[in-house]
Design a protein around this ligand. Structure first.
Ligand SMILES: [Zn+2]
Ligand SMILES: [Zn+2]
Length: 140
């Protein structure tokens, strides 16, 4: 199944093929600041299943894991659609909010709950993690 998401202004698009490894919520402070809201909603894919179409800029920083992580965003409107990091170079993430509301399943994981907004309710499908996920994942 192909899915297409886009930034706020529509000039940067992300196209995914097949199914994600996982769909998750991240409550870490870096995600709260990056998104400007309570949590980040992402889907992790094998990199070969994801393509970007359009001009973008890259913001790179250290992740909590100690590895570098890079966020690809629209230079016009600032929406981040894609990220990838050195911890798990085969995997990337896309911003679920950039797609149709029905494009992805509810999240299977909720990570960095130690900085979660205390009033926030979570879907019953979500496994709870105080910090990052156990191995095989790339926490942002
Ligand atoms: Zn844009
Ligand atoms: Zn995060």
């Amino acid at each position: 199944m192909d899915r297409t998401g886009q930034c706020h202004c529509g000039s940067l698009r992300v196209i995914t093929t097949g199914e994600p490894d996982r769909v998750y919520l991240c409550h870490c402070q870096a995600c709260q600041r990056r998104t400007g809201t309570a949590f980040h909603f992402g889907a992790a894919f094998p990199k070969k299943q994801v393509q970007l179409d359009g001009e973008r800029k890259i913001y790179e920083r250290d992740a909590d894991s100690g590895y570098r992580i890079r966020f690809h965003f629209c230079p016009n409107c600032g929406t981040t659609l894609y990220w990838e990091g050195d911890r798990n170079p085969a995997v990337c993430g896309v911003a679920v909010g950039a797609f149709d509301i029905s494009a992805f399943t509810p999240p299977s994981d909720s990570i960095w709950e130690e900085s979660m907004y205390p009033w926030l309710g979570l879907p019953p499908s979500a496994a709870h993690h105080r910090q990052g996920r156990p191995p095989m994942t790339n926490q942002t």
